[in-house]
Design a protein around this ligand. Structure first.
Ligand code: ZN
Ligand code: ZN
Length: 829
């Protein structure tokens, strides 16, 4: 048995003497990527106190576990309260997030903050009218099956409040507050985020909490006072039905796929007598397939040798024959120019190398071609390009970038980030913003254009991502993302950059060699927006040159590159799989399920096997085309009403003309046109849902036929994955018993990771690890003691590489430093 006191001392050492050291962080090989890449899930679990290996397995024997007859299968009854709006009652504005409620209330008047069960809402007067602004907190409702049971396929589902679906759900208070406020209200206005999710949140509040068939709708892209006032004055008399129904359809589809397919997979594993949580979603399947196909290409890849030939030439002509080179010589002060050039082709047939023998000393004829390249600024950011650039410059994962952008939006600093638009319409008032920010960033001289550069992509609901011009002190990643967005915005108004490209070639008989150079003549927008352009200076060469040297390099063809978190998201966008709002969370799910791993995304044995098995027995699940067709149909539903709304990116003022502020009842009864439109949309919704049901029925049939085989293949893959993880987490031979191996373990009891010898219980050697963050293996070895170095990743901190050997000199120094510090502190006390 490990001695407890000893361990606590160790723990203390680690905790006290492993402070974050910035210098160490500099040696880190990887950027902090946690959050979305939960590597800790890949760590082989080991119960600290129990030596029985069987109890450590994640794949557990079935009899005791069984799928719990939990809330998921309990019958829940829900019928929304009937509410009549009061004549002369106040206007209730419903927002998506608490922060948005506060922003909207302050923009529209001078609000008083009120409280109900600890939930804030705001009361204000505007032009003699009473308004109350309250918030939902994201979704207050969820889809749930009507009758208990775990058979597949299942399609009988309905919306119920979260608090009925999950015990002690925190959204209950928000539900109650809205219900209380709705009872005394005279009209309802929805002011959730203007996108499909926001519309579904609003629709459910309207129909289930407020008992209404329709509501007014405020549409906005930024939470600035000016825009919120405009959005209030010009609100639409109806919710955006296209968005609402497209959103609802999406929820139905995702539920049908998610629940039915996960059950199918788990039932298949159950046939082997085991239990394991597995899932695959509507978009997850095709997304994982992309990664797995890449993995298969890499595995299939056979590297081929090839050769590259380089020569060095000297320009030994007398001075003054070429103006360009004379100038250059005058500048550099050198008498002759030297340059290395590469043979134009890669050589795969080794015998062809003969041609290059004995060329040293020969004379070739050189030529210099110059071209000018005009590089306009890159188009405005949409979510995907922002995510890609944030990953490129700062290593931030797409979901982290979205999270940051969302908080900047709620802070009123940038426009709505869940957009695919690359347009920047004048109606957003960019002139004022530009003036303000150009001054702040001290780049007024570079702003030369009145209109910004734009890209091709449209979004029916929002313009591209831009800064609002509001100011707030930011730090860390927030500041980085904000600056990137602002610099991108500023760069749109700058001149194109001009690059001087140069190609020098040298010809010897039929052999052509060349070298390329590039230099930036005019930086323009590049002075504002960070760019990675490599400048290469090469001399001008013309006429006869002497070959003074030659060399041959052997290389190997490289396998296809794996996806990065940013490139897979771009790829999904290109293939129209998923939506801008969901792509990053789909990727996260793939990591969480252990289907993929690493920053350079690698499919795990489990991921590969899942796809291979599905390919064999139920290929519909990973059918990209089918998924895309569903996306297109849902987009079509969404765009029906947006077309009428005369899209944001063209001109927002047209919505105003249509919306107006004429009083309109909350019921659809009075408006035939809208009723007709909703009926049409509902019909389309039904068509898509029916098609999804058919798909799932045939998937269920596929599984029914091959359940046992599918289960066996998946189980085999799970075991392989565990084996692989175990190997990956092995650090070194145990220095105490010299028989076992040290590996990172997890203690369920202390909920902490630690290092232990796998010869336990024969060897009880353990080492403590820092209590917080994710611990990863590095390929570095401690220079002092030879132990493998570990890296800790912690959100908001830079990665920290450390030696886990408490007796190591590196840790001694820390210990001393710490001691001194404590002494000092004690003296002060
Ligand atoms: Zn040992
Ligand atoms: Zn060490």
């Amino acid at each position: 048995m490990p001695k407890k006191p000893k361990k606590t001392t160790e723990e203390k050492v680690i905790e006290d003497y492993f402070p974050l050291d910035e210098e160490d962080a500099e040696h880190a090989t990887e950027k902090q990527v946690k959050e979305t890449i939960p590597d800790f899930k890949q760590i082989v679990e080991k119960e600290y106190k129990k030596p029985e290996r069987s109890s450590l397995e994640r794949v557990e024997k079935i009899p005791k576990i069984k799928i719990k007859k939990s809330k998921a299968t309990r019958k829940v009854k829900y019928s929304p309260k009937k509410i009549k709006l009061k004549k002369g009652g106040y206007e209730l504005i419903v927002t998506e997030k608490p922060q948005a409620a506060s922003k909207i209330a302050s923009a529209l008047g001078n609000p008083k903050r009120k409280d109900s069960k600890g939930i804030s809402y705001y009361e204000l007067e505007r032009k003699g009218k009473k308004i109350i602004v309250a918030c939902a907190v994201g979704h207050l409702f969820t889809l749930k099956q009507n009758i208990p049971g775990s058979e597949i396929p299942i399609f009988e589902i309905s919306w119920i409040p979260n608090y009925l679906a999950r015990k002690k759900d925190f959204t209950k208070k928000y539900y109650d507050t809205l219900l209380k406020l709705a009872k005394d209200s005279g009209s309802i206005t929805i002011a959730t985020d203007y996108d499909i999710e926001g519309e579904v949140i609003g629709l459910n509040v309207v129909r289930f909490i407020c008992g209404q068939k329709d509501a007014k709708r405020m549409k906005f892209s930024t939470l600035t006072t000016q825009e919120l006032n405009k959005a209030y004055d010009e609100k639409s008399p109806h919710i955006d039905w296209g968005q609402a129904i497209a959103g609802e359809t999406r929820h139905y589809l995702d539920w049908f796929y998610g629940i039915n397919l996960s059950r199918a997979l788990m039932n298949a594993i159950k046939t082997t007598g085991r239990f394991k949580i597995m899932s695959i979603g509507r978009v997850q399947g095709p997304a994982l397939n992309l990664i797995v196909q890449k993995e298969k290409d890499i595995q299939k890849f056979k590297p081929e040798p090839y050769w590259q030939v380089f020569i060095t030439v000297d320009d030994e002509r007398p001075r003054g024959r070429s103006i360009a080179s004379t100038e250059l010589r005058a500048e550099s002060g050198a008498g002759k120019n030297k340059l290395e050039l590469k043979y134009n082709q890669d050589i795969f047939d080794k015998s062809k190398l003969e041609k290059f023998e004995n060329i040293v000393g020969k004379t070739a004829i050189a030529e210099t071609k110059k071209t000018e390249q005009v590089l306009p600024p890159n188009p405005p950011f949409n979510l995907t390009t922002l995510q890609t650039e944030a990953y490129k410059f700062y290593g931030l994962t797409p979901s982290r970038t979205l999270q940051i952008a969302q908080s900047l939006y709620l802070g009123g600093l940038i426009s709505y980030p869940r957009t695919s638009s690359q347009k920047l319409p004048e109606s957003i008032g960019y002139k004022e913003i530009l003036k303000k920010l150009a001054k702040e960033y001290n780049v007024e001289k570079l702003i030369t254009k009145k209109k910004p550069v734009e890209g091709k992509k449209l979004d029916s609901a929002h313009p591209s991502i831009y800064p609002t011009g509001n100011k707030q002190i930011l730090a860390g990643d927030d500041e980085k993302i904000y600056n990137l967005i602002t610099k991108r915005f500023l760069s749109l108004f700058c001149d194109s950059a001009i690059i001087d490209n140069k190609k020098v070639s040298a010809v010897l008989d039929e052999l052509i060699f060349s070298a390329r150079g590039a230099s930036v003549r005019k930086k323009a927008w590049m002075e504002i927006y960070p760019t990675k352009l490599k400048e290469i200076e090469i001399p001008d060469l013309k006429g006869e040159v002497k070959i003074t040297n030659s060399k041959t390099e052997q290389k190997e063809t490289q396998p296809p590159k794996r996806y990065s978190p940013a490139s897979i998201i771009s790829q999904l966008e290109k293939k129209n799989l998923g939506t801008k709002a969901t792509r990053s969370s789909i990727l996260e799910t793939l990591y969480n399920r252990n289907y993929v791993k690493g920053k350079s995304i690698e499919a795990t044995p489990l991921g590969i096997s899942l796809i291979t098995t599905l390919e064999k027995y139920s290929p519909i699940i990973i059918n990209e085309k089918l998924t895309r067709n569903f996306e297109n149909e849902m987009e079509a539903i969404q765009n029906i009403s947006n077309k009428k709304n005369k899209q944001f990116h063209e001109d927002k003022s047209t919505t105003a003309q249509k919306g107006g502020s004429e009083p309109l009842g909350e019921h659809l009864g009075g408006n035939n046109q809208v009723r007709l439109q909703v009926a049409k949309l509902k019909e389309k919704e039904k068509k898509v849902i029916d098609k999804a049901k058919q798909t799932i029925i045939s998937i269920a049939k596929d599984f029914g036929k091959n359940e046992k085989k599918i289960g066996e293949e998946l189980l085999k893959a799970t075991n392989e994955l565990r084996q692989q993880q175990k190997i990956e987490n092995t650090l070194m031979r145990c220095p105490v018993c010299k028989k076992g191996n040290l590996g990172i373990m997890y203690s369920r009891k202390t909920k902490r990771h630690f290092i232990a010898c796998d010869a336990y219980p024969d060897c009880t050697n353990t080492y403590s690890l820092p209590p917080r963050g994710v611990i990863k293996k590095t390929n570095k070895v401690c220079e002092e003691c030879g132990f493998p170095m570990l890296m800790r990743l912690l959100r908001g901190r830079r990665p920290w590489v450390f030696c886990f050997n408490p007796k190591c000199k590196t840790n001694e120094e820390w210990a001393k430093k710490r001691e001194k510090k404590e002494e000092k502190e004690n003296e002060q006390d």
